[in-house]
Every structure is written in structure tokens, then in C-alpha cells.
Design a protein around this ligand. Structure first.
Ligand code: AMP
Ligand code: ZN
Ligand code: FE
Ligand code: FE
Length: 278
């Protein structure tokens, strides 16, 4: 049995809707998936509304991906198997997504100053109802207008950290993310530790209380995977993994079911804490 514990949908910067993701996951024979959108649980709410969470054959684990405030580093923390209706979570997410909206408007204004004319309304249209607006949505509008050929070019020229149109979005501290995820009954897991580029930070986050490491990730090489597997075993942490699927052409993996992990990892995460499947 295969699982994928890191999937983005149109609720944030993925291109497939939550329902399309679920449909596709069934088609490719996954037994467990986690929807882990950036700063939103709207995908999970939509699936609950459609009755998808109770259907047999595919277990959908509630998830989320937060970006932590740690100057100089890009640190992402995943939350799994939590009460996604919890008022404390909903309140915090409202603040963060409102800030993302404001920041996207500011980035579009910067683009205009730089001579790239995209309409904020078009960015929102292309975001297909996303609750959490991110840089990839702005990139889509720039590509559509013919300014750039692909995401890579847009980020390299304008949107990567340090480039002229980059503006950071509001982030919680690692402590606050860990506390919030635990408060709502979930498990905090450090996402793609290899992308942080500094294992002292990884060790610091383990000391702060992340309960798992995303050992398996498409951007980890064999060295990263074996190092984080060792670290997870040393500190008795949960081992996680997933494809970080966005459904974007040119970004590996382009399809679900291509990068998977053993379903045993999903089961371990689910039974570590109370279940909140529905
Ligand atoms: P944001 O959360 O708005 O800052 O945007 C971050 C998202 O942009 C990431 O989750 C990726 O999906 C995407 N991203 C970041 N850097 C790049 C890049 N160099 N090329 C393509 N996509 C990127
Ligand atoms: Zn993303
Ligand atoms: Fe990430
Ligand atoms: Fe991600």
C-alpha cells in the first residue's frame, strides 16, 4: 500500500482541485493521502462538504504546511491529523491569508513599477478560488501575458527571495507553529529538512519539539534521505514523506502516484494521536 503525505491543491498554489486530487489518488491506487496546503484547510473543508472523507478505499489525513519565521532560512513545518475546525486554527489562518492577500497586491504593484503589467483581478481569477494566495499565482499571470516562458524564469528574475518583486509574507515563529499544531491535536513534522541547508537548524527544531521529519521528499538526494532517517531514529521521531505535488508542468513529480511512500508511515502518523478523519 502506497501513500503520499505532502500534496497541494487549488486551495493554495496547486493546480488540481481537492476533488481532482482525491479522484486521481484513487485512480493511481494510493491508500492514504494528506492534503497539505500552504496556510489553509479550505481543501479539507471542501472535501468534507462533498462527503469525500467518509468514502472507503482512500484515507485522507488532514494536513497543512506553515512557513516559519527564521531569518535567513526557509523552514516549513507540516501539521498532520488535527482538528481542522478548531477556532484557534481558523482565527490564525484568517490573519495569515488576509496578509497573503495584501502582500500579493503589493507584489503586483511592484511588478507594475517594474514595467510588468498584470491585473490583480486576473491573478485572483487564475488562483481558481484559492484561499491562500502565493507567488505561483502571480507567476501564472506573468506567464499568461507572455513576459516569461515558465515559473522558473519568473522566480529567477522577479519573485525569488532577494529579487526585485519579492515581498515576504507573515510567518509564525517555529515555537508558535509547533504549539498551535499540538493545541489542535495534531503532529508537527519538519518539512523537507534537506532544503533548509543547515542541519544545526534541523537539530534546533527537533529540540523545539517537532515530532517528525519528512525524510522522503523529491528534492532530497540519497545522502539527505539516509541522514534524516538516522536522525529520526536517533530522536524517536515519526518518519514522513510525500511528493510535494503541485500539479505544475516542469516540476517533478508532474503526476500523483509517481513519488510515494509506504502506507505504514501514514498509519504511524495517524495512530500517534487521536484521529480527526471526519
Ligand atoms: P509563497 O508561499 O507565496 O512565498 O510561495 C512559495 C511557493 O512558491 C512554494 O511553495 C513553491 O510552490 C513556489 N516556489 C518557490 N520558489 C520557486 C521557484 N524558484 N520556482 C518555482 N516555484 C517556486
Ligand atoms: Zn507551494
Ligand atoms: Fe515546503
Ligand atoms: Fe509543499
Amino acid at each position: 500500500m502506497k501513500a503520499d503525505l505532502h500534496i497541494h491543491t487549488t486551495a493554495s498554489d496547486g493546480t488540481m482541485s481537492p476533488q481532482e486530487v482525491v479522484c486521481c489518488a484513487r485512480e493511481v491506487g494510493l491508500s492514504h493521502i494528506a492534503i497539505t496546503d500552504h496556510d489553509t484547510v479550505n481543501g479539507l473543508l471542501a472535501l468534507r462538504e462533498m462527503g469525500e472523507l467518509e468514502k472507503k478505499g482512500l484515507i485522507i489525513i488532514p494536513g497543512i504546511e506553515f512557513s516559519a519565521d527564521l531569518p535567513g532560512y526557509e523552514v516549513h513545518i507540516l501539521g498532520y491529523n488535527f482538528d481542522y475546525s478548531h477556532p484557534a486554527l481558523r482565527e490564525r489562518l484568517r490573519e495569515i491569508t488576509a496578509d497573503r492577500d495584501k502582500r500579493a497586491r503589493q507584489m503586483v504593484d511592484k511588478m507594475t513599477e517594474l514595467g510588468y503589467h498584470v491585473a490583480f483581478d486576473r491573478v485572483i481569477e487564475l488562483a481558481k478560488g484559492a484561499d491562500s494566495i502565493g507567488r505561483p499565482h502571480i507567476a501564472r499571470a506573468l506567464i499568461e501575458k507572455g513576459y516569461f516562458k515558465n515559473y522558473h524564469e519568473v522566480f529567477q528574475c522577479l519573485l525569488d527571495k532577494g529579487k526585485p518583486a519579492y515581498i515576504p509574507h507573515y510567518r509564525m515563529s517555529p515555537d508558535e507553529i509547533i504549539q498551535l499544531v499540538e493545541r489542535i491535536g495534531g503532529v508537527p513534522v519538519l518539512a523537507h529538512p534537506g532544503l533548509i541547508g543547515n542541519d544545526d537548524i534541523v537539530n534546533m527544531l527537533i529540540q523545539k519539539g517537532v515530532q517528525g521529519l519528512e525524510v522522503y521528499h523529491p528534492k532530497h538526494d540519497i545522502g539527505d534521505t539516509s541522514r534524516y532517517l538516522r536522525l529520526a531514529r536517533q530522536y524517536h521521531l515519526l518518519i514522513s514523506g510525500g511528493s510535494d505535488f503541485h500539479g505544475i508542468s516542469g516540476r517533478y513529480p508532474e503526476n500523483l502516484g509517481v513519488f510515494t511512500v509506504s502506507a505504514e508511515l501514514a498509519v504511524n502518523i495517524c495512530y500517534n494521536k487521536m484521529n480527526y478523519f471526519t
